[in-house]
Write a protein that binds this ligand. Structure first.
Ligand code: ADP
Length: 296
């Protein structure tokens, strides 16, 4: 399957500290991907590298097979909504739409106008006078009017109330379903992401912890509950991602490489939220060198 975004050992450094390190991932076309991680994990850095605002210090990033840095042809295919939806606040939505039409080749003025009308937003009011949720909707309408093949959104719903968040994500999903745009959306609101995303990238401390299709990841992980566990291998378990113990009992979140049939263990399915939290837990190791492994 074609990949819209590919990174190979991508790194970005500020001084001596790596904001993103050894980041290798693929985002296939048509996916709606969640980019998840705590503050400072490197999410904005990855998005800024993907949109060509930053130049890598190590490795490579490719969007539609090309480096996005200083690449205007690629930039015309990417829509980007930065954190806090920074619109020119004295401009009205109508003026921003006109500006977009002058700056972009494939601009769809009707799409932007229709979206604002559907939302009941006046195109003639300065956007600085709109609520945070309304401004986010205007920013999304403008990003979609560019008709991007890849849409990058940096914490678009962080400052919105739950109702505005839901409306924003519904609007996003509606247009993505119509256009087939690939989306990469950073957020720390797991419940929102679970509803809208079918692909996930988990970052922690500048490194990728987990990446893949939600269905595959949920299928390949299980929670095991059983007697207190040391480090003996368990048939069907490729790696223990997270373990917690009481005196007599262990609860493990594991990556599997086959069915776990040992009757000592109660086996439960996991949710995306369980998985993300396990990979984000303190001390979680990158997926490729997980805590310990058992040969298949
Ligand atoms: P996130 O978006 O996940 O919150 P960022 O990508 O913004 O994380 O930041 C990753 C790391 O890089 C953080 O430790 C942050 O302090 C650092 N960082 C980001 N931008 C700069 C900058 N312009 N100068 C110095 N350090 C930065």
């Amino acid at each position: 399957m074609e990949n819209v975004l590919e990174t190979d050992q991508l790194g970005k450094r500020y001084g001596k500290a790596w904001a993103l390190r050894d980041c290798s991932l693929r985002l296939p076309v048509g996916r709606v991907a969640a980019l998840v991680g705590p503050n400072g994990a490197g999410k904005s850095t990855l998005l800024h590298l993907a949109v060509g605002l930053l130049r890598p210090d190590a490795g490579a990033v490719r969007v539609f097979g090309e480096s996005p840095y200083n690449n205007t042809a690629i930039l015309s295919e990417i829509g980007f909504v930065a954190q806090d939806t920074p619109l020119y606040r004295d401009f009205t939505a109508a003026e921003l739409i006109t500006m977009g039409s002058k700056l972009n080749r494939r601009w769809d003025t009707a799409l932007a106008r229709n979206r604002l009308a559907q939302l009941g937003l006046s195109p003639d009011q300065p956007v600085g006078k709109l609520s945070g949720g309304q401004r986010a909707q205007v920013a999304l309408a403008l990003a979609l009017a560019k008709r991007p093949k890849l849409l990058l959104l940096d914490e678009p719903v962080a400052s919105l109330d739950p109702l505005a968040r839901r409306e924003f994500l519904q609007a996003l999903m509606g247009s993505v379903a119509e256009t087939g745009t690939t989306v990469l959306l950073s957020s720390h609101l797991l419940a929102d992401l679970e509803r809208v995303c079918d692909y996930v990238i988990v970052l922690h401390s500048a490194q990728v912890q987990l990446v893949g299709a939600v269905d595959d990841l949920v299928d390949s992980h299980r929670q095991l509950i059983g007697p207190r566990h040391g480090d003996a291998p368990i048939a069907g378990v490729a790696a223990v991602v997270r373990a917690s113990h009481t005196d007599r009992q262990s609860t493990l979140l594991v990556r599997t490489n086959g069915p776990v049939t040992d009757p000592a263990w109660t086996v439960r399915e996991v949710t995306l939220e369980d998985l993300i939290l396990a990979y984000l837990a303190d001390g979680a190791a990158p997926a490729s060198h997980a805590a310990w492994g058992v040969p298949a």
